[in-house]
Design a protein around this ligand. Structure first.
Ligand code: GTR
Length: 332
């Protein structure tokens, strides 16, 4: 496992940070972290952003992505990004929950009706409100990337009702929302870094986890957990953040170039994402995984709804939820 100390030593070796954590070298590319392997759409999207950025700045600015979690877990690398040791970080919204409370909203189960609703909300005012809120926490929210719909998978049996989950241990991301969600369904939650899930499934430390098709496939979890049940309970997006510390060191023109390149990479990512979902789904189904639909999803959603109240007590969170719910009608 990559410890925070090891990640910091690596970054110091790269010249990203001095031993004091201060900026040493500004004539290098921007450094970005991503948990996923180098062929994953999020990594490719940031690489595409790098090309756009280089075009806009005559090659002065570009991005080097450290993929495959080389620099550590999303939570650890976020801390490093906040203090300025890393420039960019592509993470899921979930590990931001304990840092910036508005990021809890897009992680709420069954908030988005479908992809069209999600895009409308994230591309519109609610999405911008969440991105803007990151500045109070040492980060600049650049853009969202798609992360599809998360569903449960496990080593034991198909999940058709919450009762089927009883007694099982599910790995979740490091977020209270996810822990509460699993507990509300009557199962046990084990927060864990994604990189440890495969081995934990093999060893029986956990019985299952939840994720979208591409992550279920990319992490090879489908080889061990052969039941994938389409609950589609969460559509928490990926977020590309920049260290506020680094952002402030850029000229206005360079800030604009970074922001525009990030926004332009979103369309590229959406195309890559759609292709990857299709490929991952086909690969997984062809490998013999048992995939099942859930007849009555309200059995799940009704248990998870009380969690909205408990996890979003701030007026700003409540307003955001209302705004997003109002968009449900608008997209039809
Ligand atoms: C993936 C997401 C990762 C990470 C992962 C997880 O879908 O792309 O950023 O959040 O899920 O479950 O840890």
């Amino acid at each position: 496992m990559i410890t925070r100390r090891k990640a910091l030593t690596t970054l110091a070796g790269m010249g990203a940070i001095g031993l004091s954590g201060c900026e040493q070298n500004i004539s290098r590319p921007l450094y970005a972290s991503d948990h996923h392997l180098s062929d994953y759409p999020t990594v490719k999207a940031v690489q595409a952003m790098s090309e756009l950025l280089a075009q806009k700045t005559n090659g002065r600015l570009s991005i080097k992505v450290y993929a495959s979690g080389q620099l550590g877990s999303e939570r650890d690398t976020l801390e490093i990004t906040i203090f300025g040791g890393l420039d960019l970080n592509r993470v899921n919204a979930a590990p931001l929950n304990s840092i910036a409370p508005l990021t809890i909203v897009p992680c709420l189960p069954f908030l988005f009706e479908n992809e069209a609703h999600l895009h409308l909300a994230l591309d519109g005012a609610p999405g911008q409100t969440v991105l803007d809120s990151l500045q109070d926490h040492g980060l600049v929210g650049l853009c969202y990337y798609d992360s599809g719909m998360r569903s449960f998978y496990n080593t034991k049996r198909p999940i058709r009702t919450p009762d089927d989950m009883r007694g099982m241990k599910f790995r979740v991301q490091n977020s209270d929302v996810y822990v509460s969600m699993i507990n509300a369904l009557g199962a046990d939650a084990t927060p864990m870094y994604l990189g440890e899930v495969y081995q934990s499934l093999v060893q029986g430390v956990i019985d299952g986890a939840e994720n979208n098709w591409p992550s279920y496939q990319a992490g090879r979890h489908f080889e061990v957990a052969q039941y994938y049940s389409l609950t589609r309970h969460v559509m928490a997006p990926e977020i590309l953040v920049m260290s506020l510390h680094r952002w402030r060191s850029l000229s206005d023109a360079d800030q604009t170039a970074v922001m525009q390149s990030a926004k332009e990479s979103v369309a590229i990512m959406r195309k890559l994402w759609a292709e990857r979902v299709t490929r991952a789904r086909n690969d997984v189904i062809n490998s013999g995984v048992e995939v099942n639909e859930v007849d009555d999803i309200s059995e799940f959603s009704s248990l998870m709804k009380p969690l909205w109240e408990r996890k979003s007590t701030l007026p700003k969170q409540k307003d955001l939820i209302e705004e997003i719910l109002d968009m449900r009608e608008a997209h039809t």
